[in-house]
Design a protein around this ligand. Sequence first.
Ligand code: NAP
Length: 286
Amino acid sequence: MTVLVTGATGTIGSRLVRELAKNGTDVRAAVRTVDRAAVLGDLADLAVPADLDDAAAVDRAVAGSDQVVLIAANSERQLQQELAVIDAARRHGVAHLIKLSVGGPAPDAPLALARDHYAAEQHLKGTGVPATVVRPGFLMQNLLQYTAWIEADGTWRLPFGDGAMAMIDAADVAAGLAVLVGRGTPDDDQVWTGPESIDMYEAAKQLTAATGRVVAYTDSDGESFYEQYVGDGNEPQYARDIATLYDQIVRPGWAAAVSPGLQQLLNRPLRTFSQFAADHAEDFRA
Ligand SMILES: NC(=O)c1ccc[n+]([C@@H]2O[C@H](COP(=O)([O-])OP(=O)(O)OC[C@H]3O[C@@H](n4cnc5c(N)ncnc54)[C@H](OP(=O)(O)O)[C@@H]3O)[C@@H](O)[C@H]2O)c1
């Protein structure tokens, strides 16, 4: 059983490759370019080059794979990239494709990325490739990109208001994906969240406890966030999506619901935010 994982150097993909290698699965880690294999460390020899913008390279990587875990980065090219992988899976008779998606995919979703995920899911259904769609909630690891935003006095401005989120650790997402790979057959759509719902005031308290450095969350507005996020080098469309997600979806509480699905699948407690804070104390302290 050979499993191709795309997005293999990313937050979820890199953890999944490690999880699969650990349990003895024959895993191929699709990387954008050969030099990116170094990100996989001691697992670099599992890498196969496949720039998702290059349909021929995608086809070569998918050939010979029994299963594919499709993880693509959010970008204006994401939909085309996902269609290339799905079409290659159909051509090569892949037995099971697991597609990483998001909550709330719809043709009229407020986020472009959720519209793209919807279009990719529809295309996937149309191909008849046996598939499982996984919708994780907000990753705890998303917050690591804002560690540099914590000001000298500990103030951390983000536009979540007091909206609670059932944040999920990428390690648990990877563990869940590994279970689905192990089953090897299509399952119902999966809605996965973390074990508890907390707002950013509580998250900041837990980070303060973990780091010994005061982190004081302060609400900001979507527009200021958008400007700063674009300033960090993010694509404008993606930055607009993320600003909308925080300010208009998380703030009013739409990301607060806890789903038991992943805990049931793993049959163990999920990682909490305080565990994540302890693991990443150094990143937040720096
Ligand atoms: N973050 C969340 O809270 C969340 C929640 C639910 C669903 N999702 C979904 O999860 C997916 C992202 O997963 P992630 O957080 O693991 O992503 P990530 O950390 O941003 O990693 C993206 C991966 O895609 C690779 N990539 C980018 N462009 C590529 C290209 N042209 N060809 C080949 N590979 C390319 C990156 O490679 P390099 O290392 O070379 O850049 C990296 O391995 C998205 O579809 C998102 O909608 C995210």
